[in-house]
Design a protein around this ligand. Structure first.
Ligand code: NAI
Length: 302
């Protein structure tokens, strides 16, 4: 088995002052990365702030002989996020990997959700990821190397009651990662997404009897792999939790093709062919779907 080392590499982990982010930061540092431990030190709903969370993780890393620096900026603030990236470069000379993990919850059924609750969640998860990725990508492009790991959720990939704001933000990260994977390929940049499941303060009371088997540390190996030099994949989404690792993907069915103009009634009549998942394909870009459509138009069959 090849050893995965982060010696000489610099990683930013956002929201690394507790829960899953802490586990990622500890694991990357244990493997030799110099880590920027970013955390605002707030509550689950995103209120309040404290330097204690990030400081405690930095202390833990240093006590174990690793290298880390604390950063208390909010990813929701573009200026503070730009400073987080500068901190990595000024402290350690580079940014090689970004784990975009910071997150909050403002759950409510959609009928009762306020715009404030929508914006607060989008600001941290989705805009926050952009705020870090934009300056980090520029640096990675110049150095010809980079790794992004965006933290999504099954609540976005699959949907979950009461989480329209969170689900939209988490699925938005998949779109961001897909494009960074495509655009970054020629610069040695890889981008992937993880949908973790772990017992943290965010999931307290949600995981039932399995909670004690869902330690955040069990997710960290997947993040470490995706953030490493040796990562062989890009443009993908992985589920990780409790020792189970799997791939999520978007596939397109073979579908149904009509060379003649169709009516809504024809859609109803052919719905089972349109939806049939046997023979589905996984496409690597929007261009690939256009090529597929082109060959369907040429060949007359889907
Ligand atoms: P957590 O609440 O322990 O960790 C989130 C961290 O982000 C906290 O330390 C918090 O202070 C920090 N944070 C919040 N707003 C921030 C901001 N504006 N700037 C910087 N840091 C900020 O929760 P957990 O479970 O560790 O969540 C980590 C990530 O994993 C989140 O993105 C969450 O949505 C995601 N996730 C967690 C799942 C789970 O099963 N625990 C399931 C799916 C996704």
């Amino acid at each position: 088995m090849t050893t995965i080392s982060f010696d000489g590499r610099v990683a930013i982990v956002t929201g690394a002052g507790g829960g899953l982010g802490r586990a990622y930061a500890l694991e990357l540092a244990r493997r030799g990365a110099a880590v920027v431990v970013n955390d605002i030190g707030g509550t689950v709903d995103g209120t309040g702030s404290s330097t204690r969370a990030a400081d405690a993780v930095v202390d833990e890393i240093r006590a174990a002989g690793g290298d880390a620096v604390a950063d208390y900026g909010s990813v929701a603030d573009p200026e503070q996020a730009a400073q987080t990236v500068r901190t990595a470069i000024e402290s350690f000379g580079s940014v090689d990997a970004v784990v975009s993990n910071a997150g909050i919850l403002r759950d409510r059924s959609f009928g009762n959700m306020t715009l404030e609750e929508v914006n607060a969640v989008l600001d941290v998860h989705l805009r926050g990821a952009f705020h870090i990725a934009l300056p980090a990508y520029g640096h990675m492009k110049e150095q010809g190397y980079g790794r992004f790991v965006f933290v999504s959720s099954n609540a976005g990939l699959l949907g979950n009651f009461g989480q329209a704001n969170y689900g939209a933000a988490k699925m938005g990260l998949v779109g961001l990662s897909n494009v960074l994977a495509i655009e970054g390929a020629k610069y040695g940049i890889k981008s992937n997404v993880i949908a973790p499941v772990a017992a943290t303060r965010m999931t307290e009371d949600l995981l039932g009897p399995f909670a004690e088997r869902l330690a955040p540390e069990l997710v960290a190996p997947m993040v470490a792999y995706l953030a490493s030099d040796g990562c062989d994949v890009t443009h993908e989404v992985f589920s990780a939790g409790g020792g189970r690792f799997a791939r999520f993907f978007v596939g397109v069915t073979r579908g149904w093709f009509s060379p003649e103009r169709v009516e809504a009634e024809d859609i109803a009549a052919h719905l089972s062919e349109i939806r049939e998942t046997d023979g589905f394909r996984i496409l690597g870009s929007a261009t690939e779907e256009l090529q597929l459509l082109g060959s369907t138009l040429e060949g007359g069959t889907p």
